[in-house]
Design a protein around this ligand. Sequence first.
Ligand code: BGC
Length: 494
Amino acid sequence: MSVAARSPAVRSVSLSRPWTARMGVPRVRMAVQSNLVSIAPMLTKLQRDCATPLSVLRHVADAMADDMRAGLAVDGGSDLKMILSYVDRLPTGNEKGLFYALDLGGTNFRVLRVQLGGKDERVIATEFDQVSIPQDLMFGTTEDLFNFIASGLAKFAQNEGGKFHLAQGRMREIGFTFSFPVKQTSIDAGILIKWTKGFAVSGTAGKDVVACLNEAMERQGLNMRVSALVNDTVGTLAGARYWDYDVMVAVILGTGTNACYMERVDVIPKLQGLKSTSGRTIVNTEWGAFSNGLPLTEYDREMDAESINPGEQIFEKTISGMYLGEIVRRVLVKMDEAGALFGECVPEKLSTPFVLGTPHISTMQQDNSKDLQAVGSILYDVAGVNSDLSARRIVVEVCDTVAKRGGRLAGAGIVGILQKMEEDSKGTISGKRTVVAMDGGLYEHYPQYRRYLQDAVTELLGSELSKNVVIEHSKDGSGIGAALLAATNSKYEH
Ligand code: BGC
């Protein structure tokens, strides 16, 4: 997420610059002032449209809880898919041996191995590798994408050694974190419903992604077995709960967003008699598809209409890392068109969709310098615009407005889940400590966003109850979590 703020190649047009008599009528000053006259109402409107007062937060939390219930009743019952994960046994700490994890969910994919030592030694060693996914593979064929993944895995597996030992006669087992909506049919199989987060790989939707991986591994001559297919939220929950038994919910706030939680099987009507030995199972809400009562703006609607999945993933498009920067960019373009925020005509760079990333808007909000130098540099380097101090201040306000709405709505979503759990099992949060394991670059690298999220949780729950709810950053927990679930679901005894 870090964006280097280079030294400013910025033409500064400061409003407070002293004017000499010889310069005559301060044209720049007049132009900027009149610009502000047309831009200020746009900013006010944006802030009004993005507002998340307590009443809006409450509505979102209630609607989230209602949609969860409707999605648990029957498939297609609400926007929330409420996918059954088939994870009803969580790691106990007794797991032993060497396990792999493969994590595909965003612009990178990761491979990881872990040597587990049972109750006493726990995690003896881990090693991982990360490869970024070339853009063309995100729009290519299923075979090409899975070939790329399998070859990365094969290379990584070749270098096994040191503290990592596979017990004799065993096959290497993998926990496969696949962070897209998948209809699980068992712990080790699931059909892709649709791609999200900008992926548009042809021919995968409707297919079992484990079968796709197995075929690619075969083509590579790689002899490994997927023993658990999990969403990244599920991996995060399993990984965090290995260390802390109070973890009940996991949330991802990164490129995309999602949440899962521990549910009682007897309150899942659509389970239709399927048994779970523990009486509980993890449900993957796929809350990115939530849409009920969100405060949306013209910028959100236009971004959605032009996206590769219009009408879908509306909560994700409002709160997650892939989109916040793009929403800000769209606001700035409109402000520039209407009020020449940066100059006469909108530069090409600024007109390029997704050129401004969420890491950029986060970095701009961290700029405490008097003249907002880092803001100026980013605007110049990334968007190709010159800015004066008043324009930079407006940009920061826009970033804050969009991040505030996102963080507060994410907080309301979390409270919605806790509310649903409390309604069915009194005492879930009112009587004890409950941990929400959180992962994702947006949460990790955007302090203001994090604070807004926490504020919303506290406002909704009240200061007493919110003390029971601990939001804990579980960095990269999903990889280890998936490997642990591969161990729990191993075909060999441990
Ligand atoms: C996917 C989820 C995933 C989330 C976070 C969303 O776009 O639909 O399955 O958990 O991103 O990675």
